[in-house]
Ligand binder design. Structure first.
Ligand code: FMN
Length: 150
């Protein structure tokens, strides 16, 4: 089983989120590639079973600026038969816009025809112990769902 984990980060929190997910997937015998969003192409999801995005949210619920091309190209992908998951770090200080980019990516994945493998995970700032538990569960659910798709 293969996975691609794509993250966008400014201060490192979402790279940490991606690292945690990658480690859990690898421990489940998944072959994982972890890539920063400007180095990634949504077409690369065609070659894997599990598609993961970990985006930060910026000004008033904005998507990562450097990830806009990726976000737009993802809308043109057909990912039937793939399993997706979105997890990311934001800041609860931003109220209704907390982790909005996570949910925006989730909506786009839904339109690609991919199967949702787990509920979106919202992390407040740097992932702490309870977040690690949630991310562990998230990654294991993705593997389980992808196993059912085989
Ligand atoms: C100017 C600015 C605007 C932000 N806007 C939001 C926001 O609308 N929603 C949110 O959840 N987090 C917002 N954040 C918080 C970041 O998403 C949060 O710090 C996140 O952990 C950064 O991830 P990174 O370390 O991967 O860059 C904002 C941060 C800054 C500096």
């Amino acid at each position: 089983m293969k996975a691609l984990v794509v993250y966008a980060t400014i201060t490192g929190n979402n790279e940490d989120v991606a690292d945690i997910i990658t480690e859990v997937l690898e421990n489940q015998d998944v072959e994982v590639e972890e890539t920063e969003i400007t180095m990634a192409d949504p077409a690369d999801f065609e070659d894997v079973d599990i598609c993961v995005v970990c985006p930060y949210t910026y000004d008033e619920g904005a998507l990562p600026e450097e990830g806009m091309d990726f976000y737009e190209d993802l809308q043109d992908e057909e990912l039937d038969g793939k399993v997706y998951g979105v997890a990311g770090s934001g800041d609860t200080f931003y109220g209704d816009n907390f982790c909005k980019a996570v949910d925006d990516f989730g909506k786009v994945f839904e339109e690609t025809g991919a199967t949702k493998g787990s509920e979106n995970v919202h992390v407040n700032l740097a992932p702490e112990e309870d977040d690690i538990v949630k991310l562990d569960e998230f990654a294991k659910q993705l593997v389980e769902k992808a196993g059912q798709n085989d």
